[in-house]
Write a protein that binds this ligand. Sequence first.
Ligand SMILES: [Zn+2]
Ligand SMILES: [Zn+2]
Length: 102
Amino acid sequence: MEFCDECGSMMKADDGYWVCGSCDFTKPKGDSDEYVVTEDQEATEVIESSDETSLPKTEARCPECGHDQAYWYLQQTRSADESETRFFICAECEYKWREDDN
Ligand SMILES: [Zn+2]
Ligand SMILES: [Zn+2]
């Protein structure tokens, strides 16, 4: 409870201030416990997994689900003098397979 410095009337709390009901005298509330900033916000990490969808798409039959569209990419396996191997990723079920397995 707070009383007005000007007229002694009861003041009411209003948005961080004491406001006199009689003469509209205002003063900031001394104890600003309403303004305690809590920093317990959880840092939510958004993990983007859109790598595969940016790959080129081609006609290839998925051995897993039979879908005929797949993303593909080249990857060097084992030693550097070996030719690159083409890998497919099924556009439907994301099954991954090597081209030379067929
Ligand atoms: Zn007053
Ligand atoms: Zn598939």
